[in-house]
Design a protein around this ligand. Sequence first.
Ligand SMILES: Cc1cc2nc3c(=O)[nH]c(=O)nc-3n(C[C@H](O)[C@H](O)[C@H](O)COP(=O)(O)O)c2cc1C
Length: 369
Amino acid sequence: MYTTGDRLKVSLFGKSHADRIGCVIEGLPLGMHIDIDDIKRSMDLRRPSDRIGTSRKETDDVIFDSGISDDVVTSRYVILTIRNENKDPTSYSEFNRKPRPGHADLPALIRFKGMDISGGAQFSGRMTAPLVAAGAIASQYLRAKGIGIAAYTKQISDIKDENEHTFDEIYASRSFITRSISKEYDSMMTERILSASEDGDSVGGVVGCMVNGLPIGFGGIWFDALDVTIAKMMFSIPGVKGVEFGKGFSIAEMKGSESNDQYHMMGGEVSASSNNMGGVCGGMSDGMPLTFNVAFKPTPSISKEQHTIDLHEMKDTAISIKGRHDPCIVPRAVAVVEAMTAIAIMDQYLSHHPGEWEHDHHHLSIPSS
Ligand SMILES: Cc1cc2nc3c(=O)[nH]c(=O)nc-3n(C[C@H](O)[C@H](O)[C@H](O)COP(=O)(O)O)c2cc1C
């Protein structure tokens, strides 16, 4: 099992082509009511959409094996599993010999001798399904504390949505298959994905995420800081190549007088006129919305011919990948970013602020211009 978290621990198990995948969640409060329909909605957001997603369709029904009865948490350990019903290991056997460029095959086969890399094994995007279920539970916990999490597709290939968006606009991305912010972006991004797919190729992109309702001072310090924990969780998602908070890498070209989010009082509350820091200073929330972007690489498995090696004969060869793959990871990964953020923030809450929540706390607010 692979485990993350301190007070909220999530341990992941299974493989893409095992009978089941799942996770153990440790640390949910006893008596917490679980909204099962809300979990189903999150699972649906991760499932591939017709045309732009893989043809591997799974029902993704979440089974609670232990720790929840009558929709209430009854044990310190909750175990949930999801069946892998739509497996096709035959189309993968070639990768045990010819590693796919860009996937985990080469390092995994060299490191774990005799391993079967079918379906990407434990390195597959399929492993994110139980994490989305666990994240939906963490989100329910956080919503009850006034903390909201929403993500959207900010970029697919060269189609970039560089506008600022409110939390509600981001949340509404749930109605578009690309998880973009509007019908216009949805059709432009869909077109990019389809044209890459018709070419036997793939595209990458960027997911933007916002967390609302964190009080000033929220989060751990140093190695447990809020941004550190979020970054670690984001880099755990297969396919992630970059994470930036607020203005991120572009802050390097600003002057301090431009980048600093200057404070003032507004209606008795501490306020700031901008959010270049992405809501985090010193690793703690500064009360502004926490905003960060996550860059995903193009899906590694493509049908276009590429160079690789034959590990049995140790010679150069070529590969053209015919299995079922997403031509773009990003639309499905939006739900994964939301889930991983929820798990990270709930753990930060339980680890650093247990019982503090009902105290007065100050939110910064962006003045409406
Ligand atoms: C939701 C999701 C779906 C994915 N689908 C595919 C896929 O269909 N084909 C593929 O080659 N990679 C897919 N990936 C990406 C690979 O799992 C990932 O690139 C691989 O494990 C190597 O890890 P790395 O990219 O983090 O280095 C997916 C990732 C996610 C998060």
